[in-house]
Design a protein around this ligand. Sequence first.
Ligand code: OAD
Length: 234
Amino acid sequence: MKMQKIVVLSGAGISAESGLQTFRASDGLWNQQRVEDIATLQGWEKDPEFVLQFYNERRKEGRAAIPNAAHKALAKLEPHFSVTIITQNIDDLHERAGSSDVIHLHGEINQSRSSIDPELVYVIEHWAMKMGELCDKGSQLRPNIVWFGEEVPMINAAIPVVEQADIFMVIGTSLNVYPAAGLVDFVASSAKKYHIDPNGLTQKNTHGFHVIPKKAGEALPSLVQVLLNEADSG
Ligand code: OAD
């Protein structure tokens, strides 16, 4: 029998229980920093050192964090389902938990890229990026993060995957940022849809979702177990 396709759209909430801050909570990153200063091209051009510093901190925290029960539960699905994780997160906790097919919509904290050629991407081995580190074309390296106002090239890879989902899960995202939030509109009407977030259903475009108003690390191990039992008996 053909394996069912599970597609996950995750956001900062799935990494919250690993100690990484979300963006829009009252103590979240966007309430401590001005988005314009650190997540736009204009902010980078105004003060690149400050921007590097901000992402250096995120890299340091991200590397110190460890995958939580939610990341681990999703990785357990793989032998029984075809699973793709589409994440807005720049951390690598899904991969470190064992998920093998992860699409990063908003870039990756452990990568840098040329500031003149987005195709020139490098793995960051050390933790702190510095001014004066150049790409092969001689321009300053910037974090490989998609900033506000920039294209989201990976959305083109994500849309056809979402269209194939038999089971679709939205986990730990406020669905405030497009085009990521618009992916829910590509889910087939026949798919089973889950929304896992302790704040419950906040967006109108999650109509038809089965809402689990719990933390991801509490909700996912049991949901995954149910799905694995169903796959075994089917
Ligand atoms: P947000 O901070 O907007 O939303 C986080 C969501 O996670 C909220 O709905 C919380 O209720 C929920 N949450 C909190 N703790 C949780 C837990 N333990 N389990 C499950 N859910 C929990 O973060 P995102 O939606 O990811 O982009 O933000 C989207 C994008 O906005 C980010 O990728 C980032 C930001 O600007 C860039 O930097 C390009």
